[in-house]
Design a protein around this ligand. Structure first.
Ligand SMILES: NC(=O)C[C@H](N)C(=O)O
Length: 337
């Protein structure tokens, strides 16, 4: 009977990378003061015995870091391991446990470069497992449920936090203290309740198996950096980033990706010297930057990030620049992904 059951269940691999979901605090009252990336994947899995009712689960420790310290090399390493597993006949779905600080970046990266329709679910927690009302157990349970379900196939990389199923493209961390931290400006795709998924909408942008990008052909990522717009800003940071080798600079602009008149001449100059300038917005609810609104992008040969926040725009720019240096192509890619 047990063997029969096992054969019916999906095979899900949990790739652990660290974060607060693997965090530990000194006491149960420490929900905000703790160390991330302390608990190993086997202990995480053992902490949720109910996973065995959802799937045949096995774990791999890919790295053990707090996600604010993730590098492009870490992204490539993780992306390549996900692709190997996705190619494997005995893997039905993949869960990645991750710190929440850059979870939205990793989820979007994988959404762009993994050529598979198998479910890939990225999950984290806002409180360490040692805290009262820790959210990691249920988030992980939900992630395995989604990763093991046939319904989740072909929907791009997903994120399960706070009972919601979010698109890895759209979702962003919006607050650093509540468990309802992950939101998309366009709403979640579905809900996962008691191990069952309920779907309401589908992503419209190109992803995973429909993407023109493939992790297997990417061996390094170009330097792309972000500079922040605010009152009384100077062009110092933009110039320094370019001098340090940035191939593209994401302007984390005010409002509609607007650019201070104190910065415009430097950005025009940098573009003439070959640096791509990509306008995004740092507004909290999600930006919506349009070409030639606020700035003459056609004349300046700049690109707009549309609804991508600055950190997601950095991810797409890096991936796109592995294929093209042409600003028109870059803009096409920013509309399509
Ligand atoms: N909630 C978290 O996971 C935050 C932690 N600093 C991380 O991103 O690894």
């Amino acid at each position: 009977k047990d063997l029969e059951n096992q054969q019916k269940l999906a095979n899900v691999v949990i790739l652990a990378t660290g974060g607060t979901i693997a965090g530990a605090g000194a006491s149960a009252a420490n929900s905000a003061t703790y160390q991330a990336a302390k608990v190993g994947v086997d202990k995480l899995i053992a902490g949720v015995p109910e996973l065995a009712n959802l799937a045949n689960v096995r774990g791999e420790q890919v790295m053990q870091i707090a996600s604010e310290s993730i590098t492009n090399e870490n992204l490539l390493q993780l992306g390549k391991r996900v692709a190997e597993l996705a190619d494997s006949k005995d893997v039905d779905g993949i869960v990645i446990t991750h710190g929440t600080d850059t979870l939205e970046e990793t989820a979007y990266f994988l959404n762009l470069v993994e050529k598979t329709d198998k479910p890939i679910v990225v999950v984290g927690s806002m409180r360490p497992g040692t805290a009262m009302s820790a959210d990691g157990m249920l988030n992980l349970y939900n992630a395995v449920a989604v990763a093991g379900s046939k319904d989740a196939r072909g929907k791009g990389v997903l994120v399960t936090m706070n009972d919601e199923i979010q698109s890895g493209r759209d979702v962003s961390k919006t607050i650093n203290i509540k468990t309802e931290a992950f939101k998309s400006p366009w709403g979640p795709l579905g809900m996962v309740v008691e191990g069952k998924s309920y779907w309401f909408r589908l992503p419209a942008k190109r992803h995973t198996q429909d993407s023109e990008f493939d992790i297997k052909t990417i061996s390094s990522l170009p330097a792309v950096d972000i500079a922040y717009g605010y009152g009384n800003v100077s062009d110092t940071a933009y110039k320094a980033l370019a001098q340090n080798g940035a191939k593209a600079i994401i302007h984390a602009g005010t409002g509609n990706g607007s650019v201070s008149s104190r910065v415009v001449p430097a950005l025009q100059e940098l573009r003439k010297n070959g640096v791509q300038i990509i306008r995004s917005s740092h507004v909290n609810g999600g930006g919506f930057v349009l070409r030639n609104a606020e700035q003459p992008d056609d004349k300046n040969d700049w690109v707009v990030a549309h609804d991508l926040n600055p950190q997601k725009a950095r991810i797409l720019a890096m991936v796109a620049l592995t294929k093209t240096q042409d600003s028109k192509e870059l803009q096409r890619i920013f509309w399509e992904y």
